[in-house]
Design a binder for this molecule. Structure first.
Ligand SMILES: [Zn+2]
Ligand SMILES: [Zn+2]
Ligand SMILES: [Zn+2]
Length: 129
C-alpha cells in the first residue's frame, strides 16, 4: 500500500514536471501511467501543496489547477507571487512571469495573492481574428 502510494506520488510529480502549464486533477489522471483514482490524486496534490512542491490556482470556472513550484517554496511558505493566465477557449492555465506585489493592508496580514488574467492564448488568438 505504502509502496504503491510512493509510485503514484512519483507519477503525479512527473506529469506536473513534464507540462509547462498548470493541470487539473482530471488532466493529471489522464496522463498518469500508474493506475490511480481521483481521490488519491487529490490527496497527493494536497500533500504536495503542503510540502511546497505545487501551488493551486483557481481557474475561471472555479476549477482547481496545479502547477509545480519554484525553488523558493517550502513547507512553511509559498512564494508564488506571479500571475496566472487562462485561455477562455481551450481553458489552458499557465503561470506567467509577471511579478505581483503583495499589498499591505493595515491590521491584516496578506500571505496569498491570486491574480488570474484571462483572454486567448497563442494557439487560440488567431482563430478569433
Ligand atoms: Zn509554491
Ligand atoms: Zn487557448
Ligand atoms: Zn503559478
Amino acid at each position: 500500500m505504502e509502496k504503491r502510494n510512493t509510485k503514484q506520488k512519483q507519477g503525479v510529480m512527473e506529469v506536473l514536471q513534464s507540462n509547462d502549464v498548470a493541470l487539473s486533477a482530471d488532466e493529471i489522471l489522464e496522463q498518469l501511467s500508474t493506475k490511480a483514482n481521483r481521490v488519491t490524486v487529490y490527496r497527493i496534490l494536497e500533500r504536495f501543496e503542503k510540502e511546497g512542491l505545487v501551488h493551486k490556482v483557481i481557474g475561471l470556472e472555479g476549477k482547481s489547477y496545479y502547477a509545480s513550484c519554484g525553488e523558493h517554496c517550502d513547507e512553511h511558505d509559498h512564494q508564488d507571487m506571479h500571475a496566472h493566465f487562462q485561455c477562455k477557449k481551450c481553458k489552458t492555465l499557465e503561470c506567467v512571469d509577471v511579478e505581483i506585489v503583495r499589498p499591505r493592508i493595515s491590521q491584516h496580514h496578506v500571505d496569498e495573492v491570486q491574480v488570474l488574467l484571462s483572454g486567448y492564448c497563442q494557439n487560440c488568438k488567431g482563430e478569433i481574428g
